[in-house]
Structure formats: C-alpha cells, structure tokens
Design a protein around this ligand. Sequence first.
Ligand SMILES: C[S@@+](CC[C@H](N)C(=O)[O-])C[C@H]1O[C@@H](n2cnc3c(N)ncnc32)[C@H](O)[C@@H]1O
Length: 207
Amino acid sequence: MNTQERKSHWEKIYETKALTEVSWFQPVPQTSLSFIEKACVPKDAKIIDVGGGDSFLVDHLLELGYTNVTVLDISNAAIVRAKQRLGEKAKHVNWIVSDITQFKSLELYDLWHDRAAFHFLNNDADIEAYVQSVKTHTKSDAKLIVGTFSKEGPLKCSGIEITQYSDRSLVSIFQEDWENNEALTVMHPTPFNTEQAFVFVSFSKRG
Ligand SMILES: C[S@@+](CC[C@H](N)C(=O)[O-])C[C@H]1O[C@@H](n2cnc3c(N)ncnc32)[C@H](O)[C@@H]1O
C-alpha cells in the first residue's frame, strides 16, 4: 500500500466503525502504561504515541500527569474523534496527522510508543523509513516501546495484511540503534470475545 491508499483505508475505518467495533479497542491500555511507567521518564518528557488513533492511552497519560504528549496518526478522522472525546483536555495534547513513513519534524522525543501501527508496514522500504524516523526523531537517551501482533497472532487487521513479529525479530529490526530492555507476550481481549496475541518490546537508545 502506498501512503494515499493507507490514508483512504484508515479514514474509512474511523468514519464508519464505532470505538468498540474495532478489534484493537481497549479502555485501559495496561501493557502500554506499565511499559511507560517502567521507562521512568519525567512527567514533562516528550512522549509520542505513533499510530495512536483514538486510543485511550492519551487520556490515561494526562490523568497520570504527563504534560507533553503527542498523538500522531495517518487518519484525520481518528484524531478528530480523540479530540472530541477529550474535550477541553485535547488542548493539552499535540496532534499530528501524518503517515509515519513520511513524518518530518524538528522535535526530538524522549519516549516513542507504538501499539499496532508498525506491524502494518509490510515492505523493506517502509520498515526502513520507520526505523530511520524513530532514530531521527528521538533524543540520545530516549526510550522506545513497540507492540505488534506476535507469530501466534492474526495475519490481518482491519482487513489488511500485517507483518507478525517475535520478540527476537522485533529486537533485530531495531538493534542497530536500540538496546533491548524487556519483551512480553500478551493476549488482548477484543470487544468480540476473541483474543489476539501481541508482543511488546521496550528499548533504550544506544549511546
Ligand atoms: C490497529 S490501530 C491501533 C490504534 C492505537 N495504537 C491503539 O492501540 O488503539 C492502527 C492505527 O495505526 C494508524 N496507522 C496505520 N498506518 C499508519 C502509518 N503509516 N502512519 C501513521 N499511522 C498509521 C491507523 O490509522 C490506526 O489508528
């Protein structure tokens, strides 16, 4: 998929499916929150949730006192939904509509989080663009948290193919610039009473 095809796909998803009609819905993103807590970044750290969509992660981060949160997503409709849900609180969040493979910014983030966006990149060029983007847009002592479908998880999400990862294959993708801290396999209960196997890996940037 090229950027335009990806964008059309995701705009349509967020324009036609309600919050609880998508498999990735989770009212409390507990695994992400635990990994973020363990990263031990200060409350004013620059945190970016890549492919954040209308996830509740940002609500919880604000509630926990994090003051510099950015949500990036390819879908404007997703960002509009998240902003509407947050109401006044949305003013305290930075919102970016961009394909992450095309993202260019002078901002340097302390913590990069991605749950279920990276795995949609299925070719070497897009994966390399993502790896370079994480490197370019993070500080020298940054933390990275990536969650994808595991080898035991689904092969598709929202009707499109994903790339499955093991903890080892995720580590090998990022190992040039990032040292692995922790890896965890978790089952995500979907709103349809099914389960999806995810692998989460956390990293610290190599000095
Ligand atoms: C399965 S959803 C996960 C949403 C959110 N991270 C969560 O855990 O609830 C994937 C999200 O990634 C976004 N996305 C997919 N490809 C993207 C890309 N190339 N750049 C930025 N966002 C992308 C989609 O719009 C969607 O919001």
